[in-house]
Design a protein around this ligand. Structure first.
Ligand SMILES: [Zn+2]
Length: 273
């Protein structure tokens, strides 16, 4: 009887028995490399990048913007275990790099970076930053980087060699670093983009940021930066957001179609604050 009452209460709270709350995504792709190996390699890559930025006096220069990013991250991160339990033990970091590059990323294990170019050129609101950060965190939670790194390692040494080296713990750090780098500098697949969008709008909504801002972000991306072709991102120059996150015609439509699933979460979060 009690369970029945709870069910009714839940159905009412979520707007009727037929309404589905939250988005529908699944992790997919090859995961040859253990998460711990991937996270260690990514953490190393990330700290190298941050050290290089610091040497150029380009790390966290604008304290106000750094705090802004970290506040948004603090709201989004507690929502992330819903999509990946491991996120609970991740050592999250959020840093801002001074660079005209229009880019942002979240490496495996929760290592987030924004470039000042994306904040300035797109004149992002907090809701829009939450949309981009949520999208990036989505890639990390769904382990798109881990799948990508696994592919890279296999391409380099072959699956049988990779598996045996993994058993012996002998994959070279150089090879892993290279794979970690490629994991954030190659374009994602269309299905991965859609899934990251959906995770992003749910994280944002639960954290009290307007998930509708995601639509605006992609409109701004389309107009704001010309971006570079995927192939151009290879050497020296950091990739632009549009080259690592190729847009597609139905992206905005897919986001809009999923907004009804997350708007109640946003409304609930807004009522709480
Ligand atoms: Zn993406």
């Amino acid at each position: 009887m009690r369970a029945w009452i709870l069910t009714i209460a839940f159905a009412l709270a979520t707007g009727g028995a037929g309404a589905q709350e939250g988005v529908d995504v699944k992790r997919s792709g090859l995961r040859l490399l253990p998460a711990s190996t991937v996270e260690r390699a990514a953490a190393q890559q990330y700290s190298d990048l941050m050290r290089q930025a610091a040497q150029k006096n380009a790390l966290n220069v604008d304290r106000r913007q750094v705090e802004r990013l970290r506040n948004i991250a603090r709201a989004l991160i507690p929502q992330s275990t819903r999509f990946n339990q491991d996120a609970q033990r991740w050592k999250w970091e959020v840093n801002l790099i001074s660079s005209n590059t229009v880019n942002a990323f979240c490496m495996p294990g929760g290592k987030i970076a924004f470039f000042t170019g994306i904040l300035d050129k797109l004149q992002l609101t907090d809701d829009e930053i939450a949309a981009i950060m949520g999208h990036e965190i989505g890639h990390a939670l769904l382990e798109h980087g881990r799948a990508r790194m696994s592919e890279q390692v296999m391409k380099n040494v072959g699956i049988s060699v990779a598996s045996s080296l993994l058993g012996l713990g002998q994959l070279s750090t150089e090879l892993l670093a290279q794979a970690a780098n490629l994991a954030v500098s190659l374009p994602y697949a269309r299905s991965q983009e859609t899934d990251a969008d959906l995770v992003g709008i749910e994280l944002a909504a639960r954290a009290g940021y307007d998930p509708r801002a995601a639509v605006n972000v992609w409109k701004k991306m389309g107009h704001g930066s010309s971006g570079s072709a995927p192939g151009q991102a290879a050497r020296g120059q950091p990739p632009q957001f549009m080259s690592t996150h190729p847009s597609h015609a139905t992206r905005i439509k897919d986001i809009e179609a999923n907004l009804p699933r997350v708007m109640p979460l946003y409304d609930a979060a807004a009522r709480k604050s």
